[in-house]
Design a binder for this molecule. Structure first.
Ligand SMILES: NC(=O)c1ccc[n+]([C@@H]2O[C@H](COP(=O)([O-])OP(=O)(O)OC[C@H]3O[C@@H](n4cnc5c(N)ncnc54)[C@H](O)[C@@H]3O)[C@@H](O)[C@H]2O)c1
Length: 286
């Protein structure tokens, strides 16, 4: 018997990465899953490298191979009409939405004064406005049923800021503020709303960067060494945690926290931001 037997879920940013890992876990635990993703480039000069239609199709096939129903929806969470359609298509397919994992997010970096307007607008647009729009068309349905589990993907940076990502920090702190506000608004309907705050994570079944990148100034910034490889970056990221060994945290490990918040076992937990970070925040006194 699965933890989510008979449940239905909508997950954004699920064509790849963390969203895909959550889709796999939810399906293994018995849920039918709608996966939504922009699956194409954003209108941004500096934030690029989104998932593709074939990534979305791959996640759909993988969920179906686990014996669950899956609908794949192309939707940009910064657009109200896409979010409205995403909710409608999920309801048309499954008849209800028990779980919403609002997860789509983007990242760029640079000192605050070097960020471009495009960096700021794109990161805040997807990570914060997109989070609000994602919930906007699902919440009325959950209110009607007086049931729902909403989990938003924030970040460790939503709780403890790091330099060089002011816009990302602000967006992820904003997600926590939004989750707490929505939790209060939805308390009377016994709908749970929480945020997860993952540490640096990756798909650990791969030893190289998933998209074949071999050098990256961001990795150099994390390791403090020029010309760092993906492996150097991976190990340095792990050493930032209280559990220092083992590099970045695997997506599937972090997905367990989302599963718990999406299940009825965490019914008493609402309005919280849960670090899933191998002690990264605790190491910084948080
Ligand atoms: N990877 C990490 O170390 C890490 C750590 C903390 C938090 N996070 C957060 O976890 C979430 C998932 O990150 P990931 O590592 O899987 O990244 P990722 O880039 O692999 O996946 C993000 C997905 O969101 C999609 N997306 C981007 N903009 C979108 C939009 N406007 N509409 C719909 N879909 C859109 C992308 O196409 C992609 O499939 C993000 O919110 C990210 O900020 C990641």
């Amino acid at each position: 018997m699965g933890e989510l037997d008979g449940r239905t879920a909508l997950i954004t940013g699920a064509a790849r990465g963390f969203g895909r890992a959550v889709a796999h876990l939810f399906a293994r635990e018995g849920a039918d899953v709608a996966i939504a993703d922009v699956a194409g480039e954003l209108a941004s000069e500096r934030v690029s490298g989104m998932a593709t239609e074939s990534d979305l199709e791959r996640t759909r096939a993988e969920v179906e191979a686990l014996g669950r129903r899956c609908v794949a929806i192309r939707a940009d969470v910064t657009k109200a009409e896409d979010c409205e359609r995403m909710a409608a298509e999920t309801l048309a397919a499954f008849g209800r939405i028990d779980i919403l994992h609002a997860n789509a997010g983007v990242f760029s970096y640079g000192a605050s004064w070097e960020l471009t307007e495009d960096d700021w607008d794109t990161v805040l647009g997807v990570n914060l406005k997109g989070m609000w729009l994602t919930t906007k068309y699902v919440v009325p349905h959950m209110i009607e049923r007086r049931y729902g589990k909403i989990v938003m993907t924030s970040s460790r940076d939503g709780l403890r800021v790091e330099p060089n990502y002011a816009h990302y920090n602000a967006s992820k702190a904003g997600v926590i503020a939004f989750a707490k506000t929505l939790a209060i608004e939805l308390g009377p309907y016994t709908i749970n709303v929480n945020a997860v705050c993952p540490g640096q994570m990756a798909d650990r079944s791969r030893r190289t960067h998933p998209r074949g990148v071999t050098t990256n100034p961001y990795w150099d910034m994390v390791t403090g060494q020029e010309g760092s490889t993906y492996e150097d970056f991976d190990l340095a990221s792990g050493r930032e945690n209280l559990f220092e060994e083992g590099g970045q945290i695997d997506f599937s490990e972090v997905a367990e926290g989302v599963l718990w918040l999406a299940s009825d076992r965490s019914h008493m937990v609402t309005g919280h931001a849960l670090p899933l970070d191998r002690g990264w925040i605790a190491k910084r006194g948080g």
